[in-house]
Design a protein. Structure first.
Length: 149
């Protein structure tokens, strides 16, 4: 992690807060009660992580689109085409109730990690991208697993 620039690392870790908060409120009934009372049901329990997961998968489609602008040769159409998959996955696969949506989002984030790797192999990402994405994906998957299981 010492090769990841400070700003992307700190912002990436801060971006985990809604996922972690959702998992914590699932593991602690008093925290869930407090959160529901003061923040509302939408920002408590499984709902915060699921809603935020859809947002982040969509955001990551935009990041991949940005990487696609660096592509050359025969990978250009693939780079743009693949970049929209995380957003489409989130849109079509997240309306199945808490368990089904969490499992679909887990699959989406693991698939996104595969796309990150592919774009990295094409030289479209910074060298520190995969260590950062691996760390963030691990935490996201663990938090969503708290919803699914």
């Amino acid at each position: 992690m010492k090769h990841i620039p400070r700003a992307p690392l700190l912002l990436g870790l801060a971006g985990l807060a809604p996922f972690v908060w959702g998992a914590l409120t699932l593991w602690s009934a008093p925290l869930l009660d407090w959160s529901t009372l003061h923040l509302g049901a939408r920002l408590s329990g499984p709902y915060v992580g699921l809603a935020y997961g859809v947002v982040i998968l969509s955001f990551m489609s935009g990041v991949l689109w940005g990487f696609a602008t660096r592509a050359t040769g025969g990978f250009v159409p693939w780079a743009y085409g693949l970049s929209v998959l995380p957003a489409l996955w989130a849109f079509f696969m997240s309306g199945m109730g808490p368990t089904g949506s969490a499992l679909s989002l887990i699959a989406g984030f693991i698939g996104l990690l595969g796309l990150d790797w592919l774009y990295g192999r094409q030289g479209l990402t910074p060298t520190w991208w995969m260590p950062l994405r691996g760390l963030l994906t691990l935490v996201v998957v663990l938090c969503l697993a708290a919803v699914a299981f």
